[in-house]
Design a protein around this ligand. Structure first.
Ligand SMILES: Cc1cc2nc3c(=O)[nH]c(=O)nc-3n(C[C@H](O)[C@H](O)[C@H](O)COP(=O)(O)OP(=O)(O)OC[C@H]3O[C@@H](n4cnc5c(N)ncnc54)[C@H](O)[C@@H]3O)c2cc1C
Length: 448
């Protein structure tokens, strides 16, 4: 079933677009660069044998660009700098909580194999500074010279926006009630909490803004409710949603809430978190106080703090999520065609999701290959494909497939293209397709 108009109307993406400033590439200065503290030594990577492309961040975006830039222009000498030494996927982590996939499915992917299979160098280090004049990126393990630099560091949490401004509460929330939208260790903690939940109220919050993976908090709530129902636990999930309505696939999620989870899932729209009392286990909103036994508190998101640290942040008039100051079509920092920012740190009103980052990365690899040969290519849209599993017994999903429109007059992404489709009818075929989709993405990032 295709329901594009309903999707556009209900989707928070449209709201997020306004907030983020759809004109990602409009003029304006990036923030002042932080002082660069060089390590004073070169990193232990082989000497470049062609134009050096350094890619920072081995997530969906960075892994795809490292592989495909090399394929598009084999003369590139590519180095992928990633701070983690083990890959584990964010996408489909909700399925692991419900026992629908194993941890191995999320984590059995090697940075080393990806690099060997695709003829680039994986360098395990954390980027800490950038000298754009000297075309040098500073890492915890030494400096690396570049001809082209792509920075794809993902997101950071913004607890200030949910009224948590003191470091003690922020730390307690990160440790005890993690959002589960960034690091593998959060996923392990959430997995334990969900599997050990013995009853009472489990709260899942949904932030405002263009947060990472719009449907994922609703999907997670459905899967927790599915476990509660299946295991006959005396408890329920409450979704506290800062938005006035489910931000995406609303019809499909509401059908699941009403038809599958009456009595075990409550949906409360328009409840923005304004503070959390960790000791008392209460969440404060403008009007009410909500008691919980356990929770996954998903704060607002912003671009990775690395973007700000490197002085690449757009002015607040262009992005209220501290995203990068890049050209709308070509992703380079305004005024600098050697540095690019991609993935969830971009300011575009795209869905912050894996399929978007992956298809965008295919395109940016072509941009880089063309520019290294003195050419330009035409803009092409990323593709957002996103499955949400709403039932674990049996495994059933809903999905969406979207493309975007670029308006040259405004130099902005202005909305969804007419072929956008939402598939709100849950079924087992889409449940199976969810896993096939994720496996396809792993193959695209890690295999030759
Ligand atoms: C629970 C959950 C469910 C999701 N479900 C879906 C889904 O069903 N469908 C979908 O399409 N998407 C889904 N997503 C979203 C998807 O995972 C992300 O949007 C996507 O991975 C973003 O890619 P990225 O490359 O921008 O960021 P990431 O994948 O986060 O990668 C960023 C990388 O940069 C590295 N890095 C950061 N700072 C530094 C530094 N200073 N030095 C070196 N390395 C650094 C990080 O370690 C990380 O590996 C989900 C996410 C979560 C958490």
């Amino acid at each position: 079933m295709s329901d594009r108009r309903g999707f556009l109307k209900r989707s928070g993406l449209a709201l997020a677009a306004g907030a983020a400033g759809a004109a990602a590439g409009t003029s304006g200065c990036a923030t002042a660069a932080a002082p660069v503290v060089s390590t004073g030594r070169l990193a232990d990577v082989p000497k470049a044998k062609g134009p050096r492309l350094v890619v920072v961040g081995g997530g969906t975006s960075g892994l795809t660009i490292a592989k495909y830039a090399k394929k598009e222009f084999p003369r590139f000498d590519v180095v992928l700098v990633e701070k983690r030494d083990m890959y584990s996927s964010c996408f489909t982590s909700n399925l692991w909580y419900a026992g629908l996939i194993t941890l191995e499915n999320l984590a059995n992917h090697s940075f080393l194999d990806a690099a060997v299979n695709n003829h680039y160098t994986y360098f395990n280090a954390t980027v800490t500074g950038l000298d754009r004049a000297g075309k040098t990126v500073v890492t915890s393990e030494g400096d690396i010279k570049y001809d082209y630099l792509v920075i794809a560091p993902g997101i950071s949490y913004d607890y200030d926006k949910i009224g948590v401004t003191d470091v003690e509460t922020r730390t307690a929330l990160r440790e005890v009630y993690p959002g589960g939208f960034i690091s593998p260790t959060e996923h392990v903690t959430l997995h334990r909490k969900i599997r050990e939940f013995e009853g009472g109220v489990f709260i899942q919050t949904v932030p405002s803004g263009n947060y990472r993976c719009l449907p994922a908090p609703y999907e997670r709530a459905c899967l927790i409710a599915s476990l509660i129902k299946h295991n006959k636990i005396k408890g329920k999930v409450i979704i506290l949603d800062a938005n006035p309505e489910v931000t995406i696939k609303a019809e499909g999620f509401h059908a699941a809430f009403d038809q599958l989870y009456k009595g075990v899932l409550e949906y409360r729209p328009g409840v923005a978190v304004k503070g959390v009392d960790v000791a008392k286990r209460t969440i404060e909103s403008d009007f009410d106080s909500y008691q919980f036994d356990d929770a996954a508190i998903y704060p607002n998101v912003r671009a990775s703090t690395l973007i700000e640290q490197l002085g690449l942040m757009a002015p607040s008039t262009k992005s209220n999520q501290k995203e990068a100051n890049i050209d709308t079509r070509f992703y380079n920092i305004i005024g600098d065609t050697s540095v690019y920012v991609t993935g969830d740190s971009r300011p575009h009103p795209y869905s912050k999701s894996a399929n978007t980052s992956n298809t965008e990365a295919h395109y940016v690899a072509k941009v880089l290959a063309a520019r290294a040969q003195g050419k330009e290519i035409a803009w092409s849209t990323p593709e957002t494909i996103c499955y949400s599993v709403v039932n674990a017994f049996p495994m059933e999903a809903i999905s969406v497939k979207a493309h975007y429109v670029y308006d040259a007059g405004k130099d902005a992404i202005t909305g969804f293209s007419p072929d956008t489709q939402v598939f709100n009818n849950r079924d087992a075929a889409k449940g199976k397709a969810t896993i096939e989709w994720a496996n396809g993405l792993y193959r695209d990032m890690f295999n030759a």
